[in-house]
Design a protein around this ligand. Structure first.
Ligand code: ATP
Ligand code: MG
Length: 564
């Protein structure tokens, strides 16, 4: 399965089952060959990587088949929606590289038309007002083994139903006192078809409609109508809506829409070590487990953007996982692989040290600087070269020195020689410790004949380490991220997902960077050699840049795919 994904990454595009349907509809001239899709988020949270999958499918298919994709706020539930979410959704869709242009809609703009459709159904004898209590409602509905029975209200006349529904709208009844139901079939094997509720009373202000309405349409009814009003041809959604499809079809067919939309379902994305329920993401934000919706540890589009992930990497990932009808768990390593492949091509390389150990080059004069030549990006010849300062005082990474080296350790050790990246061979002659025995400094010498990294006498060193000149280094703050959760499926088996947060998901440190990095701007992405990809965070100030580590360099996907 996983190997197939990698192979699929290089194979020519093959149509998935939805694209096959769309292609054959276009060929057959259905809807005059027009393709209109939509992405319909509820504006009750920020978009996440699962939505990116849906967006890639909805917008992707529309553009591949010369159609359009609508962005529609599915704002029929007045309790949880906000303008902040609407704005973030628009921005995120655009950032991902998709355009809806003038095709931006609100479901709430259709409330009048939806209400008319409800009256029309009543007029056809296809909807009725029901006044069962919640408990009675359950009893009448039956269950999987037993059919339901017709509620008393079902036998009311059209006139009575119409009058009652108008009184519901006028606010004459309390919340929950009455509902409007579609008259379908109380004995249907599909519970959703047992006279589903299509309108309920709810005295809540709507963020766009204010208190104009005290009755609101239910999702299945409203959604089918929104698609029909907009002339959607292919209404693509996730598998949990499959069982709602007969009701969807009932609504658009009973109301007599010409060329009604068809609904198709695909498997939602579930990613290891990630929660995607908006309710849970909201809880992480509201209860301050993260710094906000755009915390770089969040699976939100805005979090990923801040972390340094590109829209191209996200779109590539969506392409590689494909579109199927089987729910499954996607390995986080595959996602990270797509991110690294993309960053590897685009990020300039720099040298920075995060956990510094002082090195004094005793045979290099104090106060002098040697400007070395460094390659900006070996993956991109156009990226050019830069100058890298070398001086008597350096920092190297603590982990690149071992006083008593273990077998196979090729970095610095007493008496050993290592290559400084783009610099010289460096030999360690003396280890300086403080009173507590901790190593605080290494006294070393360089071989001046190895400038640029190679010896003239054929002498080889196995290890190359990164370093910076302490005399020239620029300080910055770095945020090192790990997975937000410590288990692959947070919240599974009834465990509270909040108890499974990874306590080490964020570590803050100081980085000592080569001076060229001082020129980096907010949003820029770079590689610190051997340490990972980093993105410059908006929290940066003129005094100190802040970098988010997008990802380390080590890609575990290839190994996993090969079964190692
Ligand atoms: P909730 O977390 O409250 O269930 P939701 O993620 O379903 O919300 P919506 O705003 O209803 O949020 O989603 C908009 C569209 O995105 C829907 O068509 C839905 O099918 C799709 N979608 C949501 N989550 C995923 C996912 N994990 N993978 C693929 N598509 C998704
Ligand atoms: Mg939903």
């Amino acid at each position: 399965m996983e190997e197939k994904n990698i192979a699929a990454a290089d194979a020519p595009a093959k149509l998935d089952f939805i694209r096959e349907i769309v292609a054959s509809d276009v060929t057959a001239g259905r809807n005059n060959g027009k393709v209109v899709t939509r992405f319909p988020p509820e504006p009750n949270g920020y978009l996440h990587i699962g939505h990116a999958k849906a967006i890639s499918i909805d917008f992707g298919i529309a553009s591949e088949f010369g159609g359009v994709c609508h962005l529609r706020m599915d704002d029929t539930n007045p309790t949880k929606e906000e303008t902040e979410y609407v704005e973030s959704i628009q921005a995120d869709v655009r950032w991902l590289g998709f355009e809806f242009g003038e095709h931006f809609y609100y479901a709430s703009d259709y409330f009048d038309r939806m209400y008319e459709c409800a009256e029309k159904l009543i007029g056809m004898g296809k909807a009725y007002v029901c006044d069962l209590t919640a408990e009675e409602f359950e009893q009448y509905r039956g269950n999987l083994e037993n059919p339901g029975k017709n509620p008393p209200g079902r036998s009311r006349s059209v006139e009575e139903n119409l009058a009652l529904f108008r009184r519901m709208k006028a606010g004459e009844f309390a919340d929950g006192e009455k509902v409007l139901r579609a008259a379908i079939d109380m004995s249907s094997p599909n519970i959703h078809m047992r006279d589903p509720v299509i309108y309920r009373i709810r005295r809540t202000e709507h963020f766009r409609q204010g208190d104009k309405w005290c009755i609101y349409p239910m999702y299945d009814f409203a959604h089918a109508l929104e698609d029909a009003f907009e002339g959607i041809t292919h209404s693509i959604c996730t598998l949990e809506f499959e069982i709602h499809r007969p009701l969807y079809d009932w609504v658009v067919n009973t109301l007599g829409f010409v060329n009604p939309p068809h609904q198709y379902e695909f498997a939602r994305l579930s990613l290891d070590y990630t929660v995607m329920s908006k309710r849970k993401l909201l809880q992480l934000v509201k209860e301050h487990y993260v710094s906000g919706w755009d915390d770089p540890r969040m699976p939100t589009i805005s979090g990923m953007r801040r972390r340094g992930i590109t829209p191209e990497a996200i779109r590539r990932f969506c392409e590689v996982i494909g579109v199927t009808k089987f729910n499954s768990q996607t390995d986080l390593a595959l996602f990270e692989h797509c991110v690294r492949e993309d960053l590897n091509k685009r990020c300039p390389r720099y040298l920075a040290v995060i956990d510094p150990l002082k090195v004094t080059v005793t045979n290099y004069p104090e106060g002098e600087t040697d400007w070395l030549d460094a390659v900006n990006n070996p993956e991109d010849p156009e990226a050019g070269m830069r100058k890298l300062p070398f001086s008597r005082n350096l920092y190297i990474e603590k982990s690149d020195f071992m006083e008593v080296p273990v077998k196979g350790y090729f970095r610095l050790a007493p008496g050993a020689e290592v290559r400084l990246r783009y610099g010289y061979f460096l030999r360690c002659n003396e280890v300086v410790k403080d009173a507590s025995g901790e190593i605080v400094e290494l006294k070393c010498t360089i071989d001046p004949a190895t400038r640029g990294g190679n010896s003239s006498d054929g002498r080889k060193v196995k290890g190359t380490i990164h370093w910076v000149s302490a005399d020239h280094a620029v300080r910055s703050q770095v945020r090192l991220y790990d997975r937000l959760f410590s288990v692959a499926e947070p919240g599974a088996d009834g465990v509270d997902f909040l108890t499974q947060l990874n306590p080490d998901s964020l570590k803050e440190a100081t980085a000592w960077m080569e001076p060229e990095l001082g020129k980096v701007r907010v949003g820029d992405r770079v590689q610190f050699e051997r340490l990972g990809y980093f993105a410059c965070d908006p929290d940066s100030t003129p005094e100190a840049l802040v970098f988010n580590r997008t990802m380390t360099l080590k890609d575990s996907w290839g190994r996993k795919a090969a079964g190692k």
